[in-house]
Design a protein around this ligand. Structure first.
Ligand SMILES: Cc1ncc(COP(=O)(O)O)c(C=O)c1O
Length: 371
């Protein structure tokens, strides 16, 4: 194959094998019960679609400023300020993924240390690797809470960056009010370590008020976006809030990479910000209750406070989560092994962003496998 021996180590070091294996296996199944999909199953609200169509028809198809459309920046600023977040600057990004690349790129030199909660969203690990940074993991098993107590020993070395994602992918587990305030106190004692809070699942929060870390602590880089909240994962719009010094470097990097988030989608995002997703949130809260109630008798499982994921433990008699996932596939059920999101392979991820009938049918298979 041409150029096979000419490729950069930077990309050869990235590992997609875990997730690719699941997708390859899934392709072989005919109409599987699919619990592997990381996006909502509701439709994009009509006013949001209309705004996108209108932007294209009105020929607003050119570049926007690299920081984002001024109207959208203003609306995001007003919304975040109303929620009590503290920040100096903001930019519109190409999804939260875009924000992650910019933030990691702005902060991490080769050899720098970044602290990641384990289990983690898989992109964190691969981006750190891409940049030659060193990831250190906070083991959050078995309750998946990235608490101040667990984090404290790792902050003593003054790592460059720590990532918080609560409630997060793949566990759906967050922190309680006391744990948030302890975490904010700890971070205040380590002002040289930057904190990135990935709040992409903010809408999908089912118990009590949602806590944004930037409402409790200074100098937090907050990433958020529309992908999940409005089911527009293909549109690529998010935003980043935080300290001016970091945000300015992120904007500079955006100028030379993404250039800007898609222009029609930025315009439609203005409509998205005005549109209530409360009915969808309540529907997902019911799905959370349903899947948890169906699995809790047979599985060791934490009740998610948010997201549309749940992360049960694989029964002891299976050699690994991979082996369990392969068994589930024989029953036409698609789930993801924990090793995709973790240094361990003892759990599996379900996305419950699907119909209640599918949840019932899938849980029935899972409960048979646990017999
Ligand atoms: C925790 C987390 N952060 C970021 C993303 C990426 O979101 P976006 O579509 O906005 O790039 C995902 C998507 O699965 C996620 O689970």
């Amino acid at each position: 194959m041409a150029f096979e021996d000419r490729l950069a180590q930077r990309v050869l070091g990235l590992d997609v094998s875990g997730i690719r294996k699941v997708f390859d296996l899934g392709l072989k199944l005919k109409d599987p019960i699919n619990f592997s999909i990381g996006q909502p199953d509701f439709r994009v609200p009509d006013p949001v679609k209309q705004a996108a169509l209108q932007a294209i028809r009105e020929d607003r198809n050119g570049y926007t400023p690299t920081q984002g459309l001024p109207d959208l920046l203003e609306a995001v600023r007003a919304d975040a300020t109303a929620r009590g977040l503290r920040f100096e600057d903001l930019i519109i990004t190409s999804g939260v993924s875009g924000g992650l690349l910019l933030a990691f790129g702005a902060l991490l030199d080769p050899g720098d240390e970044v602290i990641l909660p384990d289990p983690y969203f898989l992109m964190y690990k691969q981006l750190a690797r891409f940049l030659g940074a060193k990831a250190t993991y906070v083991n959050t098993y078995p309750d998946f809470r990235c608490t101040a107590e667990r984090l404290e020993p790792l902050l003593r070395r003054e790592p460059k960056l720590v990532v918080i994602n609560a409630p997060g992918n793949p566990t759906g587990v967050g922190l309680d009010a006391r744990q948030w305030s302890d975490l904010a106190d700890l971070l205040a004692r380590h002002p040289r370590t930057a904190v990135l809070s990935d709040e992409i699942y903010r809408l999908f929060h089912y118990d009590g008020a949602y806590v944004s870390l930037a409402g409790l602590a200074d100098n937090v880089i907050t990433l958020d976006g529309f992908s999940k909240s409005h089911a527009v994962t293909g549109w690529r719009v998010g935003w980043a809030l935080g300290p001016k010094a970091v945000l300015q470097q992120m904007a500079k990097l955006q100028q030379f990479t993404f250039v800007c988030a898609p222009s029609f989608a930025q315009r439609a995002s203005l409509a998205a910000l005005k549109h209530s997703m409360e009915a969808e949130r309540q529907s997902y809260a019911r799905k959370r209750d349903l899947i948890y109630s169906l699995l809790e008798a047979k599985y060791e499982v934490e009740r998610p406070q948010g997201t549309f994921y749940i992360f049960p433990k694989v029964p002891e008699r299976y050699a690994s989560a991979q082996a369990f996932v392969e068994k589930a596939l024989e029953h036409n059920l698609l789930i993801i092994p924990g090793s995709v999101f973790s240094e361990r392979d003892t759990h599996y991820r379900i996305s419950f962003a699907t119909s209640e009938e599918k949840l019932q049918a899938g849980a029935c298979i899972l409960n048979e496998l646990a017999e």
